[in-house]
Ligand binder design. Structure first.
Ligand SMILES: Nc1ncnc2c1ncn2[C@@H]1O[C@H](COP(=O)(O)OP(=O)(O)O)[C@@H](O)[C@H]1O
Ligand SMILES: [Mg+2]
Length: 285
């Protein structure tokens, strides 16, 4: 396998009147073609800033330095127009809050068609057909009707599926999924995870997956990178990082999450036992 994306010494700072405030420093990784890397770290550790920097999504207020070679091209020095053409088509991002990715004043079908026209150069009718096929591929019922709806008329889970459908139809080489299930209920989380596993199994698209959910991460990734206060504290094969973390912080993060999960399971088990003793029965909802 060859590297799809190689990042070396990525630093991001916020420009302030008092000078540059570092947000992320010294991120180094290499993502293989068809590989999947997880980024783990507490809230505010720099996961989103890292990915947004790679996609050129940070504005003028940020200073980005380092190297990021994607398919032989240096991403960090690409002119904005070339970056816009690349993003979406070859690198796509699935965000935590799908609603913010859509224009509230425009039906989702028109937005999808516009994206296909821009990136694939098709006419409007062909673009609408691709949009319908994209939703059908996500196993969305009645895609023709869904395309006519405005973003606020769709649930968060449905919008996220639309977003993933749109992303997949463009057949990008890399998908960056930034906490794609955090804002969703657990049943929908499961559905979205199934789609991500399908992407993974297709082997066509590489994945960077950001999540607080260690279980989900274990299911998807082969490499893991752990961040703490803007720094990369651990990076390596996922099994090694999850089972024998070397840095204090990665160990702390993984042990805390494991302990939380087992305490939750123990609590849920005790609760179920108590309910049985009291003769309570839960109505499945
Ligand atoms: N638009 C912004 N302006 C100023 N600071 C920001 C901005 N976005 C993120 N930050 C700061 O950068 C740091 C990393 O944030 P982020 O990458 O969003 O964390 P997370 O790991 O939760 O995704 C945090 O200290 C955050 O406050
Ligand atoms: Mg984030």
């Amino acid at each position: 396998m060859s590297a799809l994306l190689t990042v070396r010494g990525l630093d991001v700072a916020l420009k302030t009147k008092q000078g540059a405030r570092p947000l992320v420093s010294g991120v180094d990784f290499s993502l293989e073609r068809g590989g999947a890397m997880g980024i783990l770290g507490e809230s505010g550790s720099g996961k989103s800033v890292t990915c947004r920097a790679l996609m050129g999504l940070l504005g003028e207020g940020f200073a980005v330095s380092g190297r990021a070679e994607f398919q032989g091209r240096e991403l960090l020095s690409l002119p904005p127009k070339a970056m816009r053409a690349l993003c979406g088509r070859e690198i796509a991002m699935i965000m935590q809050h799908p609603l913010t990715s859509f224009d509230p004043l425009c039906p989702v079908g028109d937005q999808m068609a516009e994206t296909f026209r821009f990136h694939l150069g098709t006419g409007r009718q062909a673009a609408l057909e691709i949009a319908r096929d994209a939703l059908a591929a996500m196993r969305i019922q009645d895609p023709g009707h869904i395309l006519t709806l405005y973003p606020h008329q769709l649930s968060g889970g449905m919008l996220q599926r639309v977003m993933i459908g749109l992303t997949l139809a463009l057949q990008p080489a890399l998908i960056i999924a930034d906490e794609p299930t955090t804002a969703l209920d657990s049943v929908t989380q499961f559905e979205i995870m199934k789609e991500l596993v399908r992407i993974r199994e297709s082997g066509r698209t590489s994945l960077i997956f950001i999540s607080h959910d260690l279980g989900a991460m274990r299911m998807l990734v082969d490499t893991a990178l752990v961040m703490h206060q803007g720094r990369q504290v651990e990076y390596g094969p996922a099994d090694a990082v999850f089972n024998t973390p070397q840095s204090d912080h990665a160990r702390y993060l993984i042990e805390t999450r494991n302990a939380l999960t087992s305490r939750f399971l123990a609590y849920a088990g005790r609760r179920a036992g108590l309910d049985r003793e009291r003769g309570c029965c839960r109505v499945a909802g």
